[in-house]
Write a protein that binds this ligand. Sequence first.
Ligand SMILES: *Cc1c(COP(=O)(O)O)cnc(C)c1O
Length: 342
Amino acid sequence: MKVENLVRENVKKMKAYSSARDEFQQQAAVYLDANENPNDDGLNRYPDPYQKVLKEKISEIKGIAAANILLGNGSDEVLDLIFRMFCEPKEDNIIIVPPTYGMYKVLAAVNNVAVKEVFLKDDFSLDVEGINQVVDEKTKLIFICSPNNPTGNLMRRKSIAELLKYLNCVVVIDEAYIDFCEEKSWTAQLDEFPNLIVCQTLSKAWGLAGIRLGMCFASTYIIEVLNKIKPPYNVNQLTQSTALEVLGNIKKYEEELTGILKEKQALKEALEKFSFVKKVYASDANFWLVKVTDADNLYQYLVEKGVVVRNRTKEYGCENCLRITVGTSLQNGRLIEVLKYF
Ligand SMILES: *Cc1c(COP(=O)(O)O)cnc(C)c1O
């Protein structure tokens, strides 16, 4: 398969904006090229449009060459760029596999791209046959979230590999929760599949939802095109420096991760003791999908007690389900205490 054939014609033809920082990349004594305020306050200069230093750090941690990395203002921006690279508005379509992350559908709507839904099976696994049945020559992207939000499960490697191998479209694997499980990232397969895009984020395990840093891993060809269409300074200086600092402290990250995973088990055991809890679904992420007798009622009760969880009862296959993020020992304890009086 040739990924080039899936890219929009206008995108293939266009030239990127050439910023001051593109045209002069060496070090200079005096910068009078970007109409910045010359007084140094640490932030008066435009940031590096390609985040070279930060990418080197990510490259080192993930074992992926910087040329295979694109960074964005959260995964939201990365996903939007992927739509704009491949999907012709009003012509092309994408496939999503509900229940899944809500942003894929929203971004499709914004970009005026049709959505085909192939629901997950009862065990929340991929319906590969169903996907094969709806895919057509205008299908450009398939979004697979693994571990999946809101169900928490990983999708089988064999199923995803079949999609990558046999379909003539790009498979986007959203690994926002990959840090919480033992499974190895699909980034190891980038050389094997030219139509593979993997998205990760610093918003979950890395504890940096506030700085907005999304990561995209793909072939150098895909990364080059995404670089061409992205806003030049899409990752601001404060985000780049904070990310670099936090990524430099792997020990803290690992300690917090261990803590969250320990609390995750304790939370499950505590939840299962309540008679109104019907099922706690298996989870490879930092949350539990919990089936209860009356989700709306329980959700409302918790809100009144000052504890907010996510009510997913309206999602396909998630009737009477709440999605509960694993908090600190204290936060989880508060939830359990409140649940005792429901
Ligand atoms: C939380 C989450 C993200 C992260 O999005 P950011 O924009 O990077 O904060 C991405 N995908 C899924 C499925 C998520 O649940």
